[in-house]
Design a protein around this ligand. Sequence first.
Ligand code: 86P
Length: 132
Amino acid sequence: VPPKDNIEYLLLQTSYGKHHWTPPKGHVDPGEDDLTTALRETQEEAGLTAEHLRVIDGFVQQLRYEVQGKPKEVLYWLAELRDPETELTLSDEHQDYRWARLEDACSLAQYKDMQDTLRAAHQYLETWKHKQ
Ligand SMILES: Nc1nc2c(ncn2[C@@H]2O[C@H](COP(=O)(O)OP(=O)(O)OP(=O)(O)OP(=O)(O)OC[C@H]3O[C@@H](n4cnc5c(=O)[nH]c(N)nc54)[C@H](O)[C@@H]3O)[C@@H](O)[C@H]2O)c(=O)[nH]1
C-alpha cells in the first residue's frame, strides 16, 4: 500500500565547496529560456531527460540570494518522474543524491528560502493531486 504522503523530492549534494544539497539547477546559457535551462541541467546533473519527466503546470518559485557578494536568482519548477524506478546518473559536480520526503528534504536543504520553496511545492502538490 503506498504511503499516504509518498511525495519525494530529488536533492543533489555538490562534490565541491560546502557539499550543500539542492535540486538540479544551473546557469542559463546564452539564448536559452529558463525552463529549457532547468531541463538541460536536470539531464546534465541527474541523467533525467524531458521524456522521463512530466512538468507540473502552474508552479514556479523564485529564490534570490547572494553568492560572493553578487546577486543570484534561481527559478524552480516542479516535475514528476514518470517512472519512479528510473536510475539516476550524476555528473562530476555532485557526489550523492537523495529522494527525500518533505521533512528530510528540508533538513538536507539547510537554507530557509529553499525550505520555504519545498513546503510551498508540497502544498501545491497536495491540491494538484486531488484534481488529477
Ligand atoms: N571547485 C569549486 N567549483 C565550484 C564552486 N562553486 C561553483 N563551482 C563550479 O560551478 C559549477 C556550477 O555550475 P552550475 O551547475 O551551472 O551552477 P549552480 O547549480 O548554480 O551551482 P553553484 O554551486 O555555483 O551555486 P549554488 O548552489 O547557488 O551555491 C552557491 C552558494 O550559495 C549557497 N546556496 C546554495 N543554494 C542556496 C539556496 O537555496 N538558498 C540560499 N540562500 N543559499 C544557497 C551555497 O551555500 C553556496 O555557497 C560547478 O560545476 C563547479 O564547477 C566551488 O566552491 N568550488
